[in-house]
Design a protein around this ligand. Structure first.
Ligand SMILES: [Zn+2]
Length: 101
C-alpha cells in the first residue's frame, strides 16, 4: 500500500487503487480532491477551468497542483520498490559470487 510520506499528509491513497488518490486542497483544508493519475484528471476547479481545456487543446503536460502531488507520491513509491528489486538482484549476484569463490 502506498502511504503519504510528508509530515502534513495531503495525499491519501485510496484503498485497493494504485492510481487514484485524494489530495487535500491547499487553500481549503477540509476539501479533498479526487485525482486519477492514469487519466490525468482531478475533481478541482483549476482542472475544470484551466487544466482540462489546456489538455483538450493538446497541451499534454498541463496539470493542477493536486495531480502533481499525486504523481510525486506515486513516483516515490515506485522508486522505492524499484530500489528494493535492484537490491535483491545485487544481493543474489553477490551471494552467487561468494559461493563460487
Ligand atoms: Zn486539482
Amino acid at each position: 500500500m502506498i502511504r503519504a510520506t510528508k509530515p502534513e499528509m495531503h495525499v491519501k491513497p485510496i484503498d485497493g487503487e494504485l492510481l487514484r488518490f485524494h489530495v487535500r486542497s491547499r487553500t481549503r483544508k477540509d476539501i479533498w480532491h479526487l485525482v486519477d493519475v492514469m487519466e490525468n484528471a482531478c475533481s478541482c476547479e483549476q482542472y475544470a477551468f484551466r487544466v482540462g481545456p489546456q489538455l483538450s487543446r493538446g497541451q499534454s503536460c498541463a496539470r493542477c497542483w493536486h495531480l502533481t502531488q499525486a504523481r510525486e507520491c506515486l513516483l516515490d513509491y515506485l522508486l522505492k520498490h524499484i530500489q528494493v528489486e535492484i537490491d535483491k538482484t545485487q544481493a543474489v549476484e553477490l551471494l552467487r559470487y561468494e559461493c563460487n569463490h
